[in-house]
Design a protein around this ligand. Structure first.
Ligand SMILES: Nc1nc2c(ncn2[C@@H]2O[C@H](COP(=O)(O)OP(=O)(O)OP(=O)(O)O)[C@@H](O)[C@H]2O)c(=O)[nH]1
Ligand SMILES: [Mg+2]
Length: 462
């Protein structure tokens, strides 16, 4: 098997758009022979004479010289292409048969079908992108909200890499000062004052800590902020879910205990993706199925970032609150938003019964969409807080997160070693570990196995 870290020499081809009927489809062919292979099946202006980054109209032919389709080709001359190699992008009519016939014809002429993520992998190997940027492309394609798109595009622009590179430069400087001391160990000199070493270490630790702490929110921006709706049976939880989703997603009925399973769906509000779940009403019951539902509710709330506590204004609030907090004693672990429903039936609920440490409750009528606006505003505010994806750098990728955690750990060890006045070589060893973990994030040092698993998760044509 060809090593992933060696520069590829094959010319690869794949469909870059979905394999489904559409107005247009785009096929990409990239590699040293991209121009000559396409020329063999091209009827139009001589490809060698076409200027880079321009579009030409012509026909792609099959191996017998029959026209398959009237297409537009765009030429990208190396190194100024996505992959860094000669590339042709063919826009054909979006029939799955036509796209397959064009690909077959060019494979007959010498191209090879691309593997998952092979275009991005080639771009990485040719130094067009680092790993975080290649991963950002996968994120951009999968994005389903404005906030996650903003985060992924900033990563593609290299903002995360820049931060990692700045930290790496600082670590390299620390290491070289310490290692210089080793060269002069006979003379017992110190090139770096231990105080300034400690200070630099602390600054880097603070940045790394901020990066690792951003993961929970970053991940939520990417996959949806988990919000659970909890309350006693019949409080109107399913009604509220349906109103938020603008969809009759959950069954609503006046029979208490209607919802047994978790019903979850995503919705984009003000550019942010939320993962809202409706849950089984919390009460003491002998019903086996309902009890299983209640267990799931408790689990769901433990995973939620925000819990909407939905109280029923037509029922005394105190016993409801007791019932909820009895089932979920560590409720305050999540951000809670108390909401009082059915205010159309009971417009003046006694809010003095709300615990003092809870935020101000929001009155709503769950089946009237115009009344839930303040709740939606509260949800958005609770999510964004002080960290706006447009201005804050987020770590959203599990791989980056665990490497940043390891770097943080190694640097904390280095800090301890400096404090304990340990020899320079021991300190520098910890710093080297930290440096290694950071380099893995951007892909400067990454094993073949890891690269394989990263690019294998991409789709073909990417
Ligand atoms: N008048 C009025 N009725 C409401 C309101 N919200 C919900 N309801 C009614 O209350 C009943 C219960 O609503 P659901 O949404 O099924 O309540 P739930 O909390 O999901 O109930 P369970 O699934 O049994 O836990 C239904 O008959 C709804 O139409 C409201 O704001 N005003
Ligand atoms: Mg329900």
């Amino acid at each position: 098997m060809e090593s992933i870290t060696s520069k590829p020499s094959d010319t690869i081809i794949a469909l870059c758009t979905p394999a489904a009927p559409a107005a247009l489809a785009v096929i990409r062919i990239s590699g040293p022979e991209a121009f000559s292979i396409t020329s063999k099946r091209w009827q139009g202006k001589n490809i060698d004479k076409i200027e880079s980054h321009t579009v030409s109209l012509g026909y792609i032919l099959d191996s017998d010289g029959n026209q398959i389709d009237n297409v537009l080709i765009t030429k990208f001359k190396a190194p100024h292409s996505f992959t860094g190699e000669n590339t042709i992008e063919i826009s054909c009519h979006g029939s799955t048969w036509i796209a397959a016939a064009i690909i077959r014809s060019l494979i007959d002429a010498g191209a090879r079908h691309a593997r998952h993520g092979e275009f991005s992998q080639t771009a990485f190997l040719n130094g067009r992108l680092d790993l975080t940027q290649a991963e950002a492309i996968a994120d951009i394609i999968a994005t389903s909200s404005k906030a996650s798109a903003t985060i992924a595009i900033r990563q593609l622009k290299g903002e995360l890499s820049n931060q990692i590179n700045t930290l790496s430069q600082q670590l390299i400087r620390l290491c070289s000062l310490l290692e210089l001391e080793l060269d002069f160990s006979e003379e017992d000199v110190t090139f770096a004052s231990r105080d300034s070493l400690l200070q630099t270490c602390e600054t880097i630790i603070a940045t790394l800590r901020q990066m690792t702490q951003s993961y929970a929110a970053g991940n939520a921006f990417k996959n949806g902020h988990p919000v659970a709706i909890a309350g006693i049976p019949n409080a109107g939880k399913s009604t509220l879910l349906n109103t938020i989703l603008h969809d009759e997603r959950a069954i609503v009925s006046d029979i208490p205990g209607t919802t047994r399973d978790i019903i979850e769906d995503t919705v984009e509000i003000s550019g942010i993706l939320f993962r809202i779940s409706d849950t089984a009403g919390l009460r003491i019951t002998d019903d086996k199925i309902e009890n299983t539902g209640i267990k799931r509710t408790i689990q769901q709330i433990s995973r939620a970032a925000i819990t909407i506590i939905l109280l029923d204004a037509t029922v005394p609030l105190n016993p409801q609150i007791r019932q909820i907090t009895q089932h979920i004693p560590d409720l305050n672990r999540t951000k809670i938003i108390p909401v009082i429903n059915k205010t159309d039936l009971a417009p003046n609920p006694d809010t003095t019964q709300i615990p003092d440490n809870w935020p101000e409750p929001i009155p709503i009528t769950a089946n009237r969409p115009q009344t839930i606006r303040p709740l939606i505003d509260r949800l958005v505010a609770a999510t964004i807080g002080e960290s706006d994806p447009a201005t804050t750098l987020f770590v959203t990728n599990q791989r980056h997160y665990s490497l940043a955690c390891k770097a943080l750990e190694a640097l904390t060890d280095a800090h301890k070693a400096i404090e304990e006045n340990l020899p320079a070589d021991l300190i520098s060893q910890h710093i080297r570990y930290a440096l290694g973990h950071l380099s893995e994030i951007t892909g400067q040092i990454t094993s073949t196995t890891i690269l394989h698993s990263i690019f294998a998760s991409f789709c073909i044509g990417k």
